[in-house]
Ligand binder design. Structure first.
Ligand code: AMP
Ligand code: TRP
Length: 335
C-alpha cells in the first residue's frame, strides 16, 4: 500500500532556529519512516518581504544544508527549492482567482508581518497563503506538518481546495490534514516569553540558531530572560511565568520527556543552576548538526546538484496535476 503523501516548506530567510527544529524539522525526520515526503525550501515565499539577492541565494543553500544535516533524506524522499518547480507559481495564480479577499483579510500572519503600514506591504505578502495552498495541492499532498502558527493557512488551503472543487464540479483536490506535532509546538523568544522565537527577530540573543557553537549557546541561555522564582514542582506553577515555561518546555522537548517530568526532577532549583543544564542538553543535540552543516557547506556545488535532482523529481509529480487543474479551468492544452 502506498504511504500518505506529506508536503512541508520552510523559508530560507536565515539560519533555522531551535523553534524551527523543535516545531518542524525534527518531526519531519521522524515522519520519513511512515510517509512519502516532499520537503521544499520556499524561496518564492521568502521574497514576499525584501531579500538581498546574494543573501537569498546563500540562505537557500544554507537551509538545504541544515535540513540535510538534520536528517532529511533526499534519496528516499524529495528535497528541492520552490523556484525550481514552475508548477507552484502556475497553480498559485489559479488560486489567486479562487480565494476571496474576505478570506485573506482574516489571516493573522499577514496582519503581523505587514505591521502598521499595510499599504506598504507587497501584494505577494497578501496572497502568500494562496501560494502555500498551491505548494501542497500541486502534489495532492494530504498531510502537512507545521508549527501551530500555520494552522490558519492550512484551513484557508482547505477552503481553496473546496471552492475549486465546487466551482468546477470535480473532486480533484483532496482535503489536507495539518500535523501539529511535538511537545514544543511553539518555542518562544529567549528575551520575551510571549513572542515566538523567530529567524527574523532583530535580536540574535532572542534565539538559538542551529549553527551556534557551544559557547554561544551557553551565553544566550545564561542571558535568557527569567524570573527570580525557583522551578515549581508541577506545570500549574508555571502559570503567568512565560519565560520559565519556555525554558522548561525546551528542556523537555530536547530530553524527549513531558514538562511535568522535568519539573518533578528539578523542583526548587533556581535558574542559575537550571540554565547550565539546559545549555548542556542543547549543545549535545545541536553540536552534531552544526558540524555536519559546516561539512556540507564546504562543497556548495554538491548541495546545488542535490536540489536540482530534487526539483526534477518534484516537477514530475506536480506538472501533471497542475496541467489537469488548468484543463479543468478551461485553458487550452499547452503542448
Ligand atoms: P518559518 O521559520 O516561518 O519559515 O517556519 C518554518 C517552520 O518552523 C514552520 O513549520 C513553523 O511553524 C515552524 N516554526 C517557526 N518558528 C517556530 C517556533 N518558534 N516554534 C515552533 N515552531 C516554529
Ligand atoms: N508558510 C510556512 C511557514 O512560514 C512555510 C510554507 C510555505 C509551508 N509553503 C508551505 C509549510 C507548504 C507547509 C506547507 O512556516
Amino acid at each position: 500500500m502506498s504511504q500518505p503523501r506529506i508536503f512541508s516548506g520552510i523559508q530560507p530567510s536565515g539560519i533555522p532556529t531551535l523553534g524551527n527544529y523543535l516545531g518542524a524539522i525534527r518531526n519531519w525526520v521522524t515522519l520519513q519512516d511512515s510517509h512519502e515526503c516532499i520537503w521544499c525550501v520556499v524561496d518564492l515565499h521568502a521574497i514576499t518581504v525584501w531579500q538581498e539577492p546574494a543573501a537569498l541565494a546563500r540562505q537557500t543553500r544554507e537551509m538545504a544544508a541544515v535540513l540535510l544535516a538534520c536528517g532529511l533524506d533526499p534519496v528516499k524522499h524529495v528535497l528541492f527549492a520552490q523556484s525550481h518547480v514552475r508548477a507552484h507559481a502556475q497553480l498559485a495564480w489559479i488560486f489567486n482567482c479562487v480565494a476571496r479577499l474576505g478570506w485573506l483579510n482574516r489571516m493573522t500572519q499577514f496582519k503581523d508581518k505587514a505591521g502598521k503600514d499595510r499599504e506598504a506591504a507587497s501584494a505577494g505578502l497578501y496572497v502568500y497563503p494562496n501560494l502555500m495552498a498551491a505548494d501542497i495541492l500541486a502534489y495532492h499532498a494530504t498531510r502537512v506538518p507545521v508549527g501551530d502558527d500555520q494552522r490558519q493557512h492550512l484551513e484557508l488551503a482547505n477552503d481553496i481546495a473546496q471552492k475549486f472543487n465546487h466551482d468546477y464540479g470535480v473532486a480533484f483536490f483532496p482535503p489536507i490534514e495539518p500535523l501539529i506535532l511535538g511537545p514544543a509546538a511553539r518555542v518562544m523568544s529567549l528575551r520575551d516569553g510571549t513572542r515566538k522565537m523567530s529567524k527574523s527577530d532583530p535580536s540574535d540573543q532572542s534565539r538559538i540558531n542551529l549553527n551556534d557553537d557551544a559557547d554561544t549557546i551557553a551565553l544566550k541561555i545564561r542571558r535568557a530572560k527569567t524570573d527570580p522564582e525557583p522551578l515549581p514542582g508541577s506545570e500549574a506553577g508555571l502559570a503567568n511565568r512565560p519565560e520559565a515555561r519556555n525554558l522548561v518546555g525546551i528542556y523537555a522537548a530536547l530530553a524527549g520527556v513531558a514538562p511535568g517530568a522535568v519539573l518533578a526532577e528539578h523542583e526548587g532549583m533556581g535558574f542559575g543552576a537550571f540554565k547550565p543544564k539546559l545549555a548542556e542538553v542543547l549543545v549535545s543535540v545541536l553540536g552534531p548538526i552544526a558540524r555536519e552543516t559546516e561539512r556540507l557547506l564546504a562543497d556548495p556545488g554538491q548541495i546545488d546538484a542535490a536540489l536540482r535532482t530534487g526539483a526534477g523529481r518534484a516537477a514530475a509529480i506536480a506538472d501533471p496535476i497542475v496541467a489537469e487543474a488548468e484543463r479543468l479551468v478551461g485553458f487550452l492544452p499547452a503542448g
